[in-house]
Design a protein around this ligand. Sequence first.
Ligand SMILES: [Zn+2]
Length: 373
Amino acid sequence: MLRPGGLVNNINANGEAFRVPALPIEWNGASIGEGLKVPVLGADTSAVRSELEDQESSMTRVQDLYPDDRVSLREVGLRDGLQLVKTFPSTAAKQRWLREEHSAGVRHFEVGSFLPASTFPQFADVREIVRMVAALPGAHGIALALNERGVNEALASGVAEIASVVSATEEHSQANANRSRDQAIANVRRLCELRDASAHKPIVNAAISMALGCSIAGPVDPLEVIKLAEKCFEAGVDFVAVADTVGYAGPKQVGELTKAIVKMSGSRPVCVHLHDTRGMGIANASAALDAGARILDGSLGGLGGCPFAPGATGNVVFEDLVFLCESKGFATGIDIEKLVAVRSILRSEMPGEPLYGGLARAGLPDRKSGVAA
Ligand SMILES: [Zn+2]
């Protein structure tokens, strides 16, 4: 947890632990600037002890919600999947979508964005949806907030987790959010401060968008992504997500970057957010799992396009992701057939939106028939 003058545990790109002042502070009478490294053994004050207790309770919460001995699959269709659509489900249909996926065993839902309802009417009901998810047994709701107004609204909604975004490249950060990457990090730091001062202290994640290739700058140096992830941890986030926003990467690249982020994240979970823009979604998810990612995002039917490739397919298909995990020996607790059946809600609510997915096309393998002739 971050507070002015506090310290945060951190792990550098080589996997070594160090502690770093959260904000400029006075330390033993000497002024210590932001970012200066302080050995763990020197940190022996009651303020630091309470910081550590806060961090421990925060880590416990993260591990309760994302246990490290299993894979957590997050349905992001209600946020990422609806970001670009022209028609969107009614609040009642969203609630049906959530209820039916919950009864199929899904527990993690990204439910919307705290953006101006005049521009994004699809998220105008986000508060109601947050409340609804919170009432489903064992379900965990996540909402995106991109500025201080949105963060305050998200905190007031009582949502369990707030998602934030930092672009991997300066070019995309300026073009997409009209701010530098440093300003984006300052924004994440402010989010964490507001979270720390809040009553219910939701989890905060930071997604590094364009982490595997940028629609403006092209190839992305993985060291830049690692540096940004480090800055997000310094700012106080509970975990980072590596996002292939435009679906540029293949499994080798995904595996290598995931491995590096897993190493620097230490005991924190790592999320990998993939898009199937070029058909690599499932192969990339497999590589991410092999590299130690334990949170993967997907959307039912692969809902959601690519903002920089009109007509392109969207997020990795959630139900195919479940099948991938099960086939690799990661129990998900999700009933695939029940999940596939939920697509009927999307078909009737958004008849113009293409839905994708191998499981929906072919069904589960018929185990009874054995080896086909
Ligand atoms: Zn996405």
